[in-house]
Design a protein around this ligand. Structure first.
Ligand SMILES: Nc1ncnc2c1ncn2[C@@H]1O[C@H](COP(=O)(O)OP(=O)(O)OP(=O)(O)O)[C@@H](O)[C@H]1O
Ligand SMILES: [Mg+2]
Length: 293
């Protein structure tokens, strides 16, 4: 099948069609991840669009989107597959009663009918005609053993189920792995991936994102919010606002019925962008100073 885009600009256009604004660096990384193919590891501050990238890519490629949300203590069976014990039990009962109390000992209970595929296996099964997009989100939350377990999957795009044999994708899925860098990832994992650090967008790009995501907000208000968020990020806050907060702030001001970001309006709606008390005090002071000036 021919690629659904031509070059890096083609990737940018494909993502833009799905409501995602990617700069050259990120679009190049996606282009390579798709073309080589190789998993793409994206790191960056919260709210810079890591998760959304995978979602938009699947939408743009018109393919299945599969997400594995990582968390502390996640186990491999939750990522691969589980046997449906309840259904197996019901099957045994049904066969016993059909054979009036005889044991259903010879029944094979380890067939595809009783298997519940979890995200990694689903990604292999669904990458059939075209590659599915598999998002392994927030890998840094999982423990190191889980990360090690992923290595084999990422190298071979195959899974062995002892009772059923090996499952391989007809075409390798497009894999996006995200991390918020709460811990350093293993070199072994990094070696298998392309890497991209997602920066906060430039002012122009953030304005573009806000306009795209909140089309009801006028240009002047979108600009004022994008600028205010940029200044807040420069304050060295504990939780600097991400792109999601810019969009939400612009929408909130409109919802309150304003078209301008005055100090009064900013205070009234600041809770959309700032989520920490110490940050709040610093932000209020600064916002008053910029907007009044
Ligand atoms: N480049 C972008 N183009 C369009 N929308 C964006 C972009 N970046 C961020 N967004 C918007 O910001 C929201 C938050 O992005 P997302 O959830 O992907 O951030 P994240 O980096 O995964 O954050 P976290 O680390 O907190 O999970 C998205 O739902 C989307 O609306
Ligand atoms: Mg995310």
């Amino acid at each position: 099948m021919s690629a659904p885009f031509v070059g890096v600009e083609g990737v940018q256009a494909l993502l833009a069609g799905a409501g995602y604004v990617a700069d050259d660096g990120l679009a190049s990384a996606v282009f390579l991840a798709y073309s080589l193919p190789q998993p793409l590891l994206v790191e960056g501050e919260p709210g810079v669009g890591k998760t959304e990238l995978a979602r938009a890519l699947a939408a743009g490629l018109e393919t299945t989107f599969i997400r594995l949300q990582c968390y502390e203590g996640i186990e491999s069976r939750e990522a691969l597959y589980e046997w449906n014990y309840l259904q197996q039990l019901l099957e045994i009962r049904a066969r016993e009663s059909a054979h009036s109390g005889e044991s259903a000992g010879g029944t094979n209970l380890f067939t595809w009918n009783f298997l519940q595929p979890r995200p990694l296996l689903r990604a292999l099964l669904e990458s059939d005609e075209r590659a599915a997009v598999l998002l392994i989100d927030e890998i840094d939350r999982a423990d190191e053993a889980f990360e090690a377990f992923l290595l084999e999957f990422l190298s071979d795009f195959a899974i062995t189920i002892p009772e059923l044999g090996s499952v391989r994708a007809r075409v390798p899925p497009v894999v996006v792995i995200t991390s918020n860098r709460t811990r350093e990832l293993h070199d072994a994992l990094k070696r298998r991936c392309l890497y991209h650090w997602v920066e906060y967008p430039t002012l122009e790009r953030e304005l573009e994102i806000v306009r795209l995501r909140a089309p009801d907000v006028g240009r002047a208000l979108a600009e004022a919010v994008a600028l205010a968020v940029r200044r807040l990020r420069a304050l060295d806050l504990q939780k600097p606002p991400g792109v999601a907060e810019s969009i939400a702030w612009a929408r909130a001001v409109r919802a309150l019925g304003y078209r301008e970001l005055t100090p009064h309006v900013a205070r009234q709606s600041l809770g959309v962008a700032i989520k920490n008390r110490d940050d709040w005090e610093r932000a209020v002071e600064s916002v008053d100073a910029w907007l009044a000036g």
